[in-house]
Design a protein. Structure first.
Length: 145
């Protein structure tokens, strides 16, 4: 397998060679979620998926997120049901965004409608805060010292 270059101009979903990674979010409303990531982070909708699938590929910097309404088991994931979170205070994973200027991002993204849990906090080795998306997923925003 050839090297995957760390140059956002060369990232593709799906890739022409090698592989890329996307974070899959099961959401209640695909259009609402896509709009949130576009508005707050300047994301780009790269693919609306197979017609009628309801799946949307979103590129944020050099990362992809797939948003989809979920559903019941399929032949390749029997006994697995995908559904949007029901309790926003119980999470098992989250998106982590590293930035060079957390205060600037905090102000810009808050002005674009992001709902932060707190302002950036100093944790000694980093500044950190969290955003909640429309389905309750949390997004960590951090700046290393």
């Amino acid at each position: 397998m050839s090297d995957v270059r760390v140059d956002s101009k060369n990232y593709q979903m799906p890739p022409s060679e090698g592989f890329t990674v996307a974070y899959f979010l099961t959401v209640a409303d695909v259009d609402r979620s896509a709009s949130f990531y576009e508005k707050v982070f300047g994301a780009r909708i790269t693919d609306r998926g197979v017609p009628q699938s309801g799946r949307v590929f979103i590129q944020i910097a050099n990362t992809w997120i797939i948003v989809y309404v979920g559903g019941g088991p399929t032949d390749d994931k029997p006994n697995i049901t995908l559904r949007a979170p029901t309790n926003p205070d119980e999470v098992s994973s989250f998106i982590n965004i590293r930035v060079s200027d957390i205060q600037s991002c905090y102000e810009q993204w808050r002005n674009r409608g992001a709902q932060f849990l707190t302002e950036p906090k100093d944790h000694g080795f980093e500044f950190r805060c969290y955003i909640r998306d429309p389905d309750g997923y949390i997004i960590e925003v951090g700046q290393s010292k």
